[in-house]
Design a protein around this ligand. Structure first.
Ligand code: ADP
Length: 486
């Protein structure tokens, strides 16, 4: 099984742990499958707390040497890693689509746009500047140093199997930290391919280990309890985020958490309606609705709600479902049966409350975990779709009267990751952008993530920011030196 890659060595089934590549042995391995039909791609090692501990020990041993290198040298290695990812972007995209299901063009966009975080932090490595502050007495100066936090542990989800890794490992290595990663069990192959390229780029042995595993909890516990781990960076569900925070409390570990969302997508009646329809389509159906920044609730002002719903339904009906490697496919399968069950539960709950299906609403005739892109109207605040993250291709449309009402509804959630709105009145744009309780607001755009911007949430959507000049701060400690006797 080589998937037809140009460089078949990127399809790696061994895991790099503490500087050695561990084989998948009979009895201690698990299957990686294609979500399109459940077919086997291959087996990877099923590792546990013991391997995590070994990886942490080695990451701890090599970290001081990595941090002592000049920023320029770390930068050069990261730049090489970035160049290799770009050079092999087609292969990485194919591996991603095969294990995750998203259309190939989306997979390639994920690879390329998230490799940019490595490029960015390769540049930022050289700009980890401290300060010199006037002292409290004439013979004193206050020196502020920025130093790497040390060993970092990362836990990543299956929805962006490549991008969630580069945006964590890039800044960590740039700052002089080392990293132990546990990728999602559904999608370990993207992580392993990235590790192959990291090694080729010159990332030192043991500075980046990958623990492939089906049992996440023992590894999570090791990350949280091992005194050699300084920081945990996690993207995933709010519940697991809460658990990690509790577990990590014993060691007062540094935490970055990028958790669930319940993004409102608001269309005011002064908006460019067609742009709003396109935006909603992209925001809701990208990755089959399986992104933490996906529009979860679509609020449309009452005068335009019918036109908007009809246009969105027509576009949604035109999205082609299928295998991600087929030409023209806009949406792949959902990741597993649990995802389909949640979608069905939200549709049924809305129907029971009197909502209507304009398009979709059921599993696709393609079978498996394919679900039709769905648009529903007559949704009311309080239905499950407005309270929980659906994480599936369901666009629920809710009519609203005025700005005050919609802001109240939009903020009526414990989440605060992304929100979006379409409007043209400048005063309204400022008022609404400031009133929405979320870490990110897309005004007249569904596209938020790029390496130059601080990505992250408020409320129960998380802690910390990834990307931008702020993104490296989570991997640095501030040390203040009182320089006296001058
Ligand atoms: P999802 O529902 O999208 O799978 P999760 O938060 O369960 O979201 O998973 C995101 C990542 O967190 C995955 O890598 C998963 O294996 C990991 N994970 C889940 N539970 C734990 C845990 N108790 N400790 C550590 N990692 C966990």
């Amino acid at each position: 099984h080589s998937l037809g890659l140009r460089d078949p060595s990127l399809l790696e089934f061994r895991a790099p742990v503490a500087g050695e590549w561990i084989e998948a042995r009979e009895g201690r391995r698990f299957a990686v499958t294609d979500p399109v039909d459940g077919s086997l791609i291959g087996h990877v090692p099923d590792l546990g707390a013991e391997e995590a501990r070994r990886a942490i020990d080695m990451a701890h041993a090599v970290q001081p040497e990595w941090a002592r290198r000049t920023a320029k040298e770390r930068s050069r290695i990261l730049r090489r890693w970035y160049d290799l990812i770009i050079e092999h972007a087609d292969d990485l995209a194919l591996i991603l689509t095969t294990e995750q299901g998203k259309p190939l063009a989306e997979a390639k966009a994920e690879v390329v746009s998230n490799a940019a975080y490595i490029e960015w932090f390769a540049e930022e490595a050289k700009r980890i500047d401290g300060d010199v502050i006037p002292g409290a007495t004439p013979s004193q100066r206050i020196l502020v140093l920025k130093q790497p936090v040390g060993v970092c542990a990362a836990i990543t989800p299956w929805n962006f199997p490549n991008g969630m890794i580069t945006r964590k490992v890039g800044p960590a290595l740039a700052a002089g930290c080392t990293m132990v990663l546990k990728p999602a069990a559904q999608t370990p192959l993207s992580a392993l391919a990235l590790a192959v390229l990291a090694e080729r780029a010159g990332v030192p042995k043991g500075a980046f280990s990958v623990i492939t595993a089906t049992q996440a909890q023992p590894i999570g516990e090791e990350f949280c309890r091992n005194p050699k781990v300084a920081k945990i960076t996690f993207t995933g569900s709010t519940n697991v985020g809460r658990w990690l925070m509790r577990e990590a409390a014993g060691g007062i570990k540094r935490l970055s958490l990028e958790l669930g969302g319940n993004a409102p997508f608001i269309v005011f009646d002064d908006a460019d309606l067609d742009a709003a329809v396109e935006g909603a389509l992209a925001s809701k159906f990208r990755n089959a609705g399986q992104t933490c920044v996906c529009a979860n609730r679509i609020y449309v002002q009452e005068g335009i709600v019918e036109t908007f719903a009809a246009k969105l339904a027509e576009k949604a009906a035109g999205l082609k479902l299928g295998r991600g490697t087929e030409a023209g496919v806009a949406m792949g399968p959902l990741i597993d049966d649990r995802a389909v069950a949640k979608m069905e539960e939200h549709v049924a709950d809305a129907l029971a409350g009197g909502a209507q299906v304009l398009v979709g609403g059921k599993r696709s005739s393609l079978g498996g975990t394919f679900f039709e892109p769905t648009v529903m109207t007559g949704i009311r605040q309080g239905m499950k779709v407005t309270r929980e993250e659906t994480f599936a291709p369901l666009a629920p449309i809710i009519a609203f009267r005025d700005e005050a009402e919609v802001i109240g509804m939009a903020n009526d959630t414990e989440y605060g990751l992304a929100s979006y709105f379409y409007a043209r009145d400048m005063a309204r744009v400022f008022r609404v952008a400031e009133a929405l309780q979320s870490g990110m607001v897309g005004v007249n755009t569904p596209a938020l993530a790029n390496e130059m911007a601080p990505f992250g949430g408020v409320k129960q959507s998380g802690l910390g920011r990834e990307g931008s000049k702020y993104g490296i701060e989570g991997f640095l400690e501030i040390k203040y030196v009182a320089l006296s006797g001058l």
